[in-house]
Design a protein around this ligand. Structure first.
Ligand SMILES: [Zn+2]
Length: 89
């Protein structure tokens, strides 16, 4: 570790994550981990399979996200998204 770095636990990013997940997501740009295509979240292909939702890349059809909601919880699998770019509000 470089001397300019400071190691903290995950509580240190709670505020930052709160800011990120509070912004309008439909205009966020997601990069597909499979083909590298960049698409707005509002333009991806969504398949509803209760209780889960599968989000696919409109360019290569690979899975970008899996979202499951149940028992008072959400499970969010972002394995297929290499990068999510969000504009500050
Ligand atoms: Zn793709």
């Amino acid at each position: 570790m470089q001397t300019s770095e400071m190691k903290l636990d995950g509580n240190a990013i709670a505020g930052l994550l709160g800011e990120i997940f509070a912004v309008e997501m439909t205009s966020a740009q997601g990069t597909c981990a499979s083909c590298g295509a960049v698409n707005e979240v509002g333009r991806v292909d969504v398949y509803i399979h209760a209780p889960g939702t599968v989000v696919r890349c409109p360019d290569c059809e690979q899975v970008l996200m899996r979202i499951v909601r149940g028992r008072g919880r959400y499970w969010l699998d972002l394995t297929g998204v290499r990068c999510l770019e969000l504009a500050e509000d």
